[in-house]
Design a protein around this ligand. Sequence first.
Ligand SMILES: [Zn+2]
Length: 379
Amino acid sequence: MTENPGLDDQIRALPKVSLHDHLDGSLRPSTLIELATVIGHELPSTDPDELQDIFRTNADSGDLLKYLEAFTHTTAVMQTSENLRRVAREYVEDLAADGVVYAEVRWAPEQHIAGGLTLDEAVEAVQAGLNEGAETVADHEGVMVVGQLLSAMRQADHADEIVNLAIRHRENGVVGFDIAGPEAGFPPSKFAPAFTRLAQEMLPATVHAGEADGIESVRGALVEGRAKRLGHGIRVAEDITLTTGETSRSKTSDGGEELVEVELGPVARWVRDRQIHLETSPTSNLQTGAVSALTGEPDAELAQHPFDMLYQLGFNVGVNTDNRLVSGVTLSGELAVLASAFDYGLAELADFQINAIESSFLGYEEREALAAHILEAWQ
Ligand SMILES: [Zn+2]
């Protein structure tokens, strides 16, 4: 993936943190095919490799509807306790095989009750699968800690129910709340009572924002959503003004432009100064058009992702997959392509893991123990 295959292997072997990866976007292609066959759901292919290629091609097409089409297939097979449990177990096993030691898995229970499950039964089924997966990893002397993030869909009207659901299950695996789905037209202020109840119960929120919409969406996530982290959040870059040298074209010796001044607007300043963690997802951010929205060009490349600028300016950045099946990525792979685009070595990649674990919704002691384990391995 990079020009440095040795680095790829090192990344895979080192302990990593995954804070933003949707359960319904990260099934094994073979499992999706097997479960779809049982219920008679038609897929674009019944060959695992071909199906994976189709999803990746659709995701890369620049057409958001094509990107989202995969979820109609995945959610179709995730409507029974048995299937949710299996998908959750494999989710843990697959992340562990990629060297992930801590994961927060997010999913929207309201999209998994069409088969007659209650919201509580759905959460319990996923938790049972996560526990089984973690036990399997432990049996092989591995480390894997995993927590659930319950998402409410912005375009629906279940946020109050999902917040109550999260509170009911906080002693059994749920570590936080999220809202997902279309940003524009569905601001966090629409769910103000839900976010207030969440805050009163002192359960943390991460909010998808600054992906499909701009700086006002990020502001809404922070103010009305009281977000402790931002899902992607990369369009916070719209609130940053970089002024380059003298006539704005003074080149440095290596051909780059000399940076003279950085100006942060109030939202960007809050995000950086309060160290609000940005759950960036490099490939997904290209596929969904979040990077293009910043560059103004339809076919943005990874080198145009604001990730490195944000990192250099002291923002709290992490790296995620968002949807491993839909985007055709792995966490190790995302770190490798980022290393290649911005010339990062192990020290920078370790920073992103520490940023993520320190921003996780785990309790302090557990978080610090994992951080120490991760730091030791990467050093
Ligand atoms: Zn997401």
